[in-house]
Design a protein around this ligand. Structure first.
Ligand code: UFG
Length: 339
């Protein structure tokens, strides 16, 4: 079966392509290479032994999207990762984010609705919950007003899919709300490749340890949490990737309970920033240079997933630990710097 993966050379996309190929799917990747390297294609091929089909295509160009789908009418499902994802940048350039994340979603859905098999997986985010009133956060927790245009594109994206599914019962969608994806493939052939200074915790840690950054700033130690630093649900990207394959198989086998479903993807366990630092120091055997600084604007105090729905309905749960993720992130960082 042929599966389209948009943004398939990105961090989560590339790991998902590997897991799809492991399960025997034929994969076509679309990526505009705006935030990914073509070398990722080689990394995927080294792991699986099969080179996925690849088309460099900008999903903002509607005519190109139409032409692509015209040539691939046999697609059995679409996993849509392609989107911009930097929270800070989205505040500076909101219209870029609405164009990149919303227009492209609409164009892909319009073309998908012409196909025989209308199976669609959407990359959503736990950011839709904001600072939730109850922990762990279940899928029924209210969606809070978005803190950033990026977060808003995820909320609007879910609403667009919900509306499209209402009028077309043959369109089947699952939105996956990711908590904090980290780590890399155990082979170190693919991983996270942030451009410029990383905004996220784990790449900042590994870049500091490898000598690219002087020091990690820990944003605040006066939160009402176990050690004063923020708590997040860090999920290994390989576990996350496998969830996409399971979700897609659910749609293909028509096992979904409604034609628009939402699942949290997390471990269910909250880890503080200092616990992540400790895990890194343990698995790497190095001391990390860090200092506590002021809080970062917009950070929620604590977020971790209620995982019951994913476990019961999808039959999926995480298998890898925080230490596994930190070890794989470190192996990957060392490999790309020693090239
Ligand atoms: N942190 C630091 N120092 C850093 C970077 C991060 O202390 O240099 C802290 C943050 O304050 C936060 C934690 O590490 O407490 C995790 O921060 P990340 O930036 O890695 O992740 P976030 O939880 O802020 O953001 C993630 C995704 C976003 C998404 C958001 C939803 O990266 O795309 O979750 O909550 F919108």
């Amino acid at each position: 079966m042929k599966i389209l993966v948009t943004g398939g050379l990105g961090f989560i996309g590339s790991h998902t392509v590997v897991e799809l190929q492991h399960e025997g799917f034929e994969v076509v990747i679309i990526d505009d290479l705006s935030n990914a390297s073509i070398d990722v294609l080689e990394g995927i091929t080294k792991i699986t032994g099969t080179k996925p089909h690849f088309k460099a295509l900008d999903l903002k160009v509607k005519a190109d999207v139409q032409q692509f789908f015209e040539a691939h009418k046999d697609i059995a499902g679409v996993i849509h990762f392609a989107a911009s994802k930097a929270v800070g940048e989205s505040v500076q350039s909101p219209l870029k984010y609405y164009e990149n994340n919303i227009n492209t979603l609409v164009y892909v859905l319009q073309e998908l609705s012409q196909l025989t098999h209308k199976n669609f997986i959407f990359s959503s985010s736990c950011t839709v919950y904001g600072q939730a009133d109850e922990l762990p956060i279940s899928e029924n927790a209210p969606v809070k007003p978005a803190e950033s245009p990026y977060g808003n594109t995820k909320q609007i994206g879910e609403e667009i899919i919900r509306d499209a599914c209402k009028v077309d019962q043959s369109l089947n969608s699952i939105a996956l709300r990711y908590f904090n994806p980290i780590g890399a493939h155990s082979s170190a052939e693919i991983g996270e490749l942030p451009i410029g200074a990383p905004q996220n915790l784990v790449p900042y840690i590994t870049q500091t340890a490898v000598g690219l950054r002087d020091q990690l700033s820990v944003f605040g130690d006066d939160y009402p949490t176990k050690d004063g630093t923020c708590v997040r649900d860090y999920i290994h990207v390989v576990d996350l990737a496998k969830a996409h394959v399971v979700a897609l198989q659910r749609l293909i086998a028509s096992k979904n309970k409604s034609n628009f479903e939402i699942f949290n993807l997390g471990t269910g366990k909250g880890s503080s920033v200092l616990e992540v630092v400790k895990s890194f120091e343990k698995v790497s055997g190095t001391k990390l240079n860090y200092k506590i600084v002021a809080r970062r604007d917009g950070d929620v105090t604590e977020a971790y997933a209620e995982t019951t729905k994913a476990s019961n309905d999808l039959g999926w749960k995480t298998e890898l630990t925080l230490d596994d993720a930190m070890a794989s992130a470190w192996k990957w960082e060392q490999k790309i710097r020693n090239k």
